[in-house]
Design a protein around this ligand. Structure first.
Ligand SMILES: Cc1cc2nc3c(=O)[nH]c(=O)nc-3n(C[C@H](O)[C@H](O)[C@H](O)COP(=O)(O)OP(=O)(O)OC[C@H]3O[C@@H](n4cnc5c(N)ncnc54)[C@H](O)[C@@H]3O)c2cc1C
Length: 522
């Protein structure tokens, strides 16, 4: 076997997967058909859940230094200021990173690419996957190298992180179901001045559509996203200058453009792969699902796909778990992709529809409604949970088991375990639980009860924490609706696997052998 996992594609998804496999000691090869890292910013919004994962990977501080925390969105209608939606720290108490970080995809890829070195890995550029043959216990992958020569390698598993035109998907003949949207979009990185509120997102809504102005690093540096006017849709060599008149018309004449460093037009599709796994091949990120950029979810969803699959692949490759565990990747991530496609589709229809009623809603109602709703704390928190991806749960998945007795309001199996600040010794220092948790292991959290001897079969990959009764803990647990006593067995990705009131050793053993498929070591 040349390697255990071949990661095809060194975009954000592939880089995250290679990092997560590398730090778990799994033999990994990562290839990309391009000559080097992409210099395009593309995605801009980094969500809280991604930052939590970056924290375990040791790159969160650099991401925070490089990025800008979004503090608010300013909505303009017909060229006039209409409302401001506060966005800064709306997820207080829910995540150590209660905001959206504005940081370009190129910067994210650079940080993830540099982190690969910690595990002795690097991307093999100029290397394209052109053929695949799946056998019962291995895959033969044909790679085209920079000199044009073909090389065959034998690998145990293939992860298709190779974007919307995925070769892994096409070579496995997996359908990519969906359709393109009718509208054509443009994206431009510019140096410009205008009435936009500095350092904040500015959204210009007008009867036929919208323009978004994202603040970027540097002075007067803005990313603009908009709809190409219908009369220019079919124009072959569309340039930035072509779309400037429509922008001036809608966003006002006060815009002054100094420079445009990147301009691209693109058609957005909404599509999902019919399967996320075919025997020894997996699809992740844009290879598995693409949707409109509403809500800045695309890149973040790919990163979460990788985080979900990595710990499972590591258990299987290291011989601890049976291959059946890998089915849970699609069982858990496909519903997430489906929900995302539906919600972004609905939101997108509102912001792009040409219908009179939609235009009226966009310019007369939407801004005020959003500004009003986001002043209500409950709505703020709901919006944050949804957009930040901390609300993603796998309650109906095959790895979730909630034992009887937990109240409905308590965190349940499948949920991301909430962020808590607790003391681990009575009257001791208050610590950030997320910083304590080891995401290369399972974590057993015992609340108001002593630690057990261990959990059979999990012990080498298990860390345990006892949360004592203490005033600080009482308050924090109550806030998160966590019962005392209770126990939570967390998977390495921070989602609850098994949850219950009093620790039950036989339920834990059953969970490990039947759900995690972890075999008894001989
Ligand atoms: C213009 C534009 C603007 C966008 N704006 C946003 C935004 O604001 N917010 C947001 O969340 N998302 C946005 N997106 C989407 C976001 O960029 C993607 O969701 C994200 O890049 C997905 O990452 P990925 O790693 O899955 O795929 P990709 O980034 O597409 O990476 C796939 C990689 O695979 C490589 N590859 C492909 N085929 C092969 C092969 N056969 N062999 C070897 N390597 C191969 C490619 O070279 C590429 O490097 C935007 C996309 C575009 C095009």
């Amino acid at each position: 076997m040349d390697t255990d996992v071949l990661v095809v594609g060194a975009g954000p998804t592939g880089l995250m997967l290679a990092n997560q496999l590398g730090r778990r000691g799994i033999r990994t090869m990562i290839i990309d058909r391009h000559a080097g890292p992409s210099l395009q910013t593309r995605a801009l919004g980094v969500q809280a859940r991604t930052l939590e994962i970056y924290s375990h990977l040791g790159i969160v501080e650099r991401a925070l230094d490089l990025g800008k925390r979004s503090t608010g969105a300013n909505l303009w209608t017909q060229g006039r200021p209409a409302a401001r939606v506060p966005l800064g720290d709306i997820g207080r108490e829910l995540s150590p990173y209660p905001f959206i970080l504005i940081l370009g995809q190129d910067d994210n890829e650079r940080l993830l690419g540099e982190a690969l070195r910690n595990w002795g890995l690097s991307v093999q550029w100029n290397t394209e996957l052109v053929g695949l043959t799946q056998e019962a216990d291995h895959v033969i992958a044909t790679l085209k190298q920079s000199d044009g020569m073909l090389r065959e390698i034998t690998v145990a598993w293939v992860a298709g992180c190779d974007g919307a035109h995925s070769a892994v998907r096409e070579l496995n003949r997996i359908a990519f179901q969906g359709a393109p949207y009718e509208h054509v979009f443009f994206v431009a990185d510019t140096q410009m001045t205008g009435p936009m509120v500095r350092d904040e997102l500015n959204v210009y809504l007008w009867r036929q559509g919208f323009h978004l102005f994202f603040p970027m690093r540097g002075t007067d540096h803005w990313r603009i996203v908009g709809i190409v006017p219908p009369e220019l849709r079919e124009k072959k060599e569309l340039t930035f200058d072509d779309v400037v008149p429509s922008m001036r018309e809608q966003a006002g004449t006060g815009l002054s453009f100094q420079k445009c460093t990147w301009f691209s037009k693109y058609r957005i599709h909404h599509r999902r792969a019919a399967h996320f796994r075919d025997r020894r091949c997996f699809l992740l990120g844009d290879a598995a699902h693409i949707h409109s950029p509403v809500g800045a979810q695309g890149m973040n969803t790919g990163l979460q796909d990788a985080y979900n699959l990595a710990w499972k692949l590591a258990l299987v490759v290291s011989g601890r778990s049976s291959e059946t565990l890998l089915d849970s990747y699609a069982d858990e991530r496909m519903p997430v992709a489906e929900r995302l496609l539906k919600t972004t589709d609905r939101a997108f229809s509102v912001v792009v529809s040409d219908r009179w009623l939609a235009g009226f809603f966009r310019t007369r109602v939407l801004a005020k409604l959003l500004a009003f709703a986001m002043r209500i704390e409950r709505i703020q928190k709901l919006a944050f949970r949804t957009v930040s991806q901390i609300g993603i749960q796998y309650r109906d998945g095959p790895l979730a088991e909630t034992l009887d007795g937990l109240p409905r309001t308590a965190p349940r199996a499948g949920d991301r375990f909430p962020w808590l600040r607790l003391t681990l010794v009575p009257s001791g220092p208050v610590e950030d639980l997320f910083k304590k948790l080891d995401d290369t292991r399972f974590n057993l959290i015992m609340i108001g009860q002593p630690l057990p001897e261990g959990v059979a079969r999990l012990d080498p990959v298990l860390a345990m924490y006892a949360i004592p009764n203490d005033d600080v803990n009482d308050r924090e647990l109550k806030r998160a609706h966590i019962l005392q006593p209770s126990f939570y067995l967390l998977r390495p990705d921070g989602h609850v696997g098994l949850a219950g009131v009093r620790y039950d050793a036989s339920a834990a053993i059953g969970y490990v052998s039947e759900r995690l498929r972890i075999a008894k070591r001989t």
